[in-house]
Design a protein around this ligand. Structure first.
Ligand SMILES: [Zn+2]
Length: 514
């Protein structure tokens, strides 16, 4: 069931078989419809996308805007409590994004997964110089593929092997070179602002130190690598405003080593990473009972930040900011732009950093203070993860390619593509967002730093009840850097987002007290 339903009374229920999804036209998964109707968790609930957006120019006169309780409030009765503004509606994909989403090719994704499996094992401790078998051959193949995509980018996409020597550690019995393969597509107008998508190309079996047995790693995580590579292929030929990084990282199964090195390098370089997504185990739509959930992907998003300092914790506790971390705002943005008929997917946001006992490559980015989330399939089959390939009591164990659902992986890729493209074309998340706490008042004054984007149109204030999961109301405030809203800050949660002249909205920034 849709997770955005409770706060949006304008949601409509649309049956999967009613020609709802754009990707039906491609015919790519015609066979799915014969068996999906009885096995899907239910019709996906989508927000009404045709509702008109409010003009962002309503209150652009002067540097300070005042939005009274009654202004533009007529439409608010359909979502959440009464108050200023209009109901929040999803951002529909524009024509260029829709064209790109149709280019996502499940046959290419299948070819990538099968090629990665064919390296036998991609264990971090396996051979780095055997041209046929082992992680070195996989590393070089990924590098060559990305180089091929970059050739179509007019020099804007740069591909590198980012290597370092990992010293001894519990799962590293001998010093080992760990190499991430990274394709960076430089943004045209905001190249310092960066978004990252990863899969990990290393694999494992039951014994985490066994680097000789076949470790196909089809779902974990050739599927995630295939997502990142397919996005690199499609986006390489396009122009983005911000920079997007498509990466196959290594050493994940031994302890998140490759992504840790990558995140630390970005931190040391002062990189402005405004969003990161790990795609890890996105290969199967079938749960261990054999039931398919082909139109759902989970998105794990932490609340209390991993990187929080004691001083930041004290502020969070004083204002109730547990549900407004940068990663939660990023997950709300995913719902905003990627849960729609063009992706054909429901995004099930889960308010945790990751699953019990598990972690992935978003965690090192969280440690460095970057907003980061993890995509993963709706239900895992643990007989297919981290297992020696074998048959036991008639049950096939192992992470085999035959358990992958390639049209499903393609839809996960579409969710990622809609997210990353929308992030890279929108203004950056507003910075320096504050709420005035210099005196007690029944109104709320917000202020923020002016954005640098040349195509900036202005800003919108978002708000919701403190108990609501997602933003319910939006107030266009124009191109200002402070605004007073006729709502008591004790009663609701506020966010501020930027809007460009094409109507692209940024993720929201949660204000801190002045
Ligand atoms: Zn994994």
């Amino acid at each position: 069931m849709g997770r955005i339903g409770s706060d949006d009374a304008g949601m409509v229920r649309i049956d999967e078989n009613a020609g709802f999804y754009d990707d039906e036209r491609t015919g790519e998964h015609g066979s799915e419809h014969s068996d999906a109707a009885g096995s899907e968790t239910g019709p996906v609930r989508m927000g009404a996308t045709r509702r008109a957006f409010l003009s962002a120019s309503a209150a652009s006169a002067g540097a300070v805007a005042m939005v009274p309780l009654t202004a533009a409030g007529a439409a608010a009765s359909t979502a959440g409590p009464p108050g200023p503004g209009a109901p929040v509606t999803p951002q529909p994909p524009d024509a260029e994004l829709r064209a790109m989403l149709r280019e996502v090719d499940h046959r290419r994704i299948e070819a990538t997964v099968r090629r990665l499996v064919a390296f036998g094992t991609r264990h971090t401790l396996s051979s780095q110089d055997d041209p046929v078998r082992g992680i070195g051959a996989a590393r070089d193949w990924i590098f060559e593929q990305l180089q091929g995509y970059a050739a179509a980018s007019d020099g804007r996409m740069r591909v590198e092997k980012q290597s370092y020597l990992q010293p001894l550690a519990p799962r590293i019995p001998t010093p080992t070179v760990i190499s991430n393969v990274i394709a960076t597509l430089r943004g045209d107008t905001a190249p310092n602002r960066t978004y990252v998508v990863t899969g990990h190309y290393d694999s494992r079996v039951t014994d985490v130190l066994n680097f000789t047995s076949d470790a196909p790693g089809a779902d974990d995580d050739a599927s995630g690598v295939a997502v990142a590579m397919e996005l690199a292929r499609i986006v390489a030929t396009r122009h983005t405003e911000a920079t997007i990084v498509f990466a196959a990282v290594a050493g994940e199964e031994q302890g998140l080593y490759g992504s840790t090195h990558m995140a630390q390098q970005y931190k040391a370089a002062g990189a402005d990473i405004q969003g990161m997504f790990s795609n890890d185990i996105v290969g199967s739509s079938t749960d261990e009972k054999g039931i398919r959930h082909p139109r759902t992907v989970r998105l794990f998003a932490e609340g209390v930040p991993t990187s929080e300092t004691p001083a930041q914790a004290a502020i969070r506790q004083s204002i109730g900011g547990e549900n407004d971390s940068t990663s939660r705002q990023l997950s709300r943005f995913v719902l905003d732009v990627a849960q729609n008929r063009s992706t054909g997917m429901e995004v099930r946001v889960i308010w945790r950093r990751d699953r019990y006992l598990r972690g992935s490559d978003h965690v090192p980015f969280l440690r460095e203070g970057f907003p980061a989330c993890r995509f993963t399939e709706p239900n895992e089959n643990y007989a297919h993860e981290h297992q020696d390939v074998r048959v036991e009591n008639g049950v096939q164990f192992g992470d085999l390619v035959e358990f992958c659902d390639f049209p499903y992986i393609a839809r996960v890729a579409r969710v990622n593509l809609a997210t990353l493209w929308s992030l890279a074309q929108a203004p950056g998340t507003p910075k320096g967002v504050k709420i005035d706490t210099s005196r007690l008042t029944n109104q709320s004054t917000l202020l923020w730093d002016p954005a640098a984007e040349a195509d900036l149109a202005g800003y919108e204030v978002l708000w919701r009840e403190t108990t609501a999961p997602n933003w319910t109301h939006v107030i266009p405030v124009g191109n200002v850097t402070t605004v007073t809203i006729d709502l008591n800050k004790d009663h609701v949660m506020f966010g501020v987002r930027a809007v460009d002249t094409a109507g692209h909205r940024s993720p929201a920034a949660f204000p801190l007290p002045t």
